[in-house]
Design a protein around this ligand. Structure first.
Ligand code: ZN
Length: 420
């Protein structure tokens, strides 16, 4: 099999270029980066389809996976390297949105100005590993095949998307677009940061809100009121017990994680005055969903735990906590470990690095579940960078991993689409 070389200078320049666009979900730069990539890939001779996503229509559909930022616009893009026919179609899906940088004081520099460290072998910036490195690896793979003059039988479709971090709007709209055009990819790789391990399964994650009622009174007579903060304490304990119960027996693919399906409270707001007993607390969190567990069952599990805790409390018995499901609703997803896609990626990885990749499920939700679940397309994640540095200050990626990923993707493209 032909194995053309990756142009590392181009790869580095492309990555630097994408990292300087602050494409935080919900900002105008999230759309800018999509147009920017569409133009770059069109200029390279790929067949580009770029369209403004009809947000009103997409968000009103019953299967819409949710959205947590106020988004006025979103852009869909596909760039196809067309084959002559007769091979399989490979979809490479990558999100171009990033999460906000967080506390800027925790960064050693500007999150949207690339800093090269370790003798220029690693890039630090928001989105470095999650997942602009993956976008660039996919780009480099297709570019390498084109530049080498290799003709393919099947198509390669690069699909950068927005809105992955807050639910999956972009991939949802992409699947809609592909179905409308009658395009049905045979397999999909998502170069999310897996440290070049193979991730064929994702746990789910459901965002929820709890509204805990209390009864306000002056703090000097607090025993005549009911503190919503104190009411929340037995609820929190019930949720901790629920988490332990839900992690007692986990799927073998998830056993490497100390906690496969976390239940975590991320925000709490209560009260509006220091000397008033608070009459309302809202807490928002995230419920992990087990592999193969129906989302409705996971929701019912949490609702039952909250309802049981309320029944045991003299105030909450008559003023129960409300549970609301809002924002990102990530179902779990899984591609069968025996699918030939895993074998092909593992073989290419082993050929290039000299060792087999690890295979396991990830504890987070991603677009994998939409492409696998709604699209019915065998999908794995395989990409550069360590997910543990994603969403952190000084997020980074190593350039040698980006190059290795590109080399593996070249092999996977040749294997899937076949040289003409
Ligand atoms: Zn990601």
């Amino acid at each position: 099999m032909t194995s053309p070389a990756i142009d590392e200078d181009h790869l580095r320049a492309a990555l630097r270029d994408l990292l300087q666009i602050p494409s935080v979900g919900g900002t105008s730069a999230e759309a800018d980066i999509q147009w920017h990539i569409a133009a770059a890939w069109q200029a390279e001779g790929l067949t580009v389809d770029a369209w403004p996503i009809d947000l009103d229509r997409v968000t009103a559909q019953p299967g819409f996976p949710g959205m947590e930022v106020d988004r006025r616009q979103a852009v869909g893009v596909t760039a196809t390297l067309a084959g002559i026919g007769g091979g399989q179609t490979l979809l490479i899906n990558c999100h171009t949105d990033v999460v906000p940088p967080g506390d800027l004081r925790a960064w050693t520099g500007d999150p949207f100005i690339v800093r090269e460290v370790d003798h220029s072998q690693a890039f630090i910036a928001r989105g470095a590993c999650d997942m602009k490195a993956g976008v660039v690896a996919a780009w480099a793979a297709v570019r390498t095949i084109r530049e080498a003059g290799i003709r393919l039988r099947g198509d390669v479709i690069l699909a950068p998307v927005s809105g992955e971090e807050d639910g999956g709007l972009g991939t949802y709209a992409l699947l809609d677009r592909l179905a409308e055009l009658g395009v049905r990819p045979d397999r999909c790789v998502i170069p999310e940061p897996t440290g070049l391990d193979i991730v064929p399964a994702n746990a789910g994650a459901l965002t929820f809100r709890l509204v805990v009622p209390g009864k306000a009174t002056h703090a000097s007579r607090r025993t005549e009121g009911v503190s919503a903060i104190e009411c929340f304490m037995p609820i929190l304990r019930a949720l901790q017990d629920l988490e332990a119960r839900r992690n007692r027996d986990v799927d073998p693919l998830m056993r490497r994680w100390p906690l496969a399906y976390p239940l975590s409270i991320g925000t709490i707001q209560a009260g509006d005055w220091a000397s008033t007993v608070p009459d309302r607390l809202t807490a928002e969190g995230r419920l992990g969903v087990a592999l193969d567990e129906p989302v409705a069952q996971a929701r019912a599990d949490l609702e039952a735990a909250v309802a049981d805790a309320c029944r045991a409390d003299p105030w909450l018995r008559d003023h129960p906590v409300q549970v609301q499901w809002w924002g990102g609703q990530f179902a779990p997803g899984r591609t069968d470990s025996a699918d030939p896609l895993l074998e092909d990626v593992a073989a290419a990885h082993a050929r290039i690095t000299g060792r087999p990749p690890a295979v396991y499920g990830a504890p987070y939700g991603s677009d994998l579940r939409l492409i696998r679940g709604l699209g019915g397309i065998p999908t794995i994640q395989y990409g550069p960078g360590d997910a543990a540095t994603a969403h952190t200050a000084d997020e980074f990626v190593r350039i040698d991993e980006v190059r290795t990923c590109a080399e593996v993707l070249v092999q996977v493209i040749l294997r899937t689409c076949q040289e003409a």
